[in-house]
Design a protein around this ligand. Sequence first.
Ligand SMILES: CC(=O)N[C@H](C=O)[C@@H](O)[C@H](O)[C@H](O)COP(=O)(O)O
Length: 226
Amino acid sequence: MNKVIESLRGGLIVSVQAYPGEPMRNPETMAQIARAAEQGGAVGIRCQGLADISAIKGRVEIPVLGIWKEGHDGVFITPTLRHARACSTAGADIVALDATRRPRPDGRTYAQTVSALHDEGILVMADCGSIDDARQAAECETDVLSTTLAGYTGERIKTDGPDMDLLAQMVGEFPNIPIICEGRVHTPAQASAVMKKGAWAAVVGTAITHPTTITSWFSQAIKNAE
Ligand SMILES: CC(=O)N[C@H](C=O)[C@@H](O)[C@H](O)[C@H](O)COP(=O)(O)O
């Protein structure tokens, strides 16, 4: 087992991302939040964009899982080999990619992309939207599989919390591959539940690092109480 992947075992990975046009979209801000998450016990940081990856890599000691989002439709999480290589060069210890079976903008298949990255010694995390995506990713020996895209690709219903059924299926089918649960883990109880289901690690983004959404949860609850 690779040392970086081993270090994530049984831990919390915090996703630190701000979206285009948002007030916190600034690499220094992201790095401060990542460092605060490390101080709170995170074992890894997932982050987006080359500037954020390099700013965060310089600030934390835990592994950085890098992505580069480009576009909105179809394959947009680290969509091409070029994006993935750039994430690695910027400092990502693991590069996460869209691992769906949809066409990719550079015409390469997912398998070809992973094979090229493996030839360069780059660790890959497969952002899956379904069990068929996970099967494809396992087939090409992706280092880590995750539930990141469950509910976002039309193959699975968007559950309120994490997609526990997909997680259980992935853990059952691939007992020898680390399976990370990512997507809509919103409470400590949910984080605990996904670990009990056999997740290697849990990724929490919005519920820790997206104040606008967290604020809306509270403001809505207060409105509803009126
Ligand atoms: C579908 C997609 O684009 N997910 C993105 C992947 O990096 C992020 O926007 C999510 O915040 C991240 O996956 C963590 O999930 P949550 O914020 O639900 O804890």
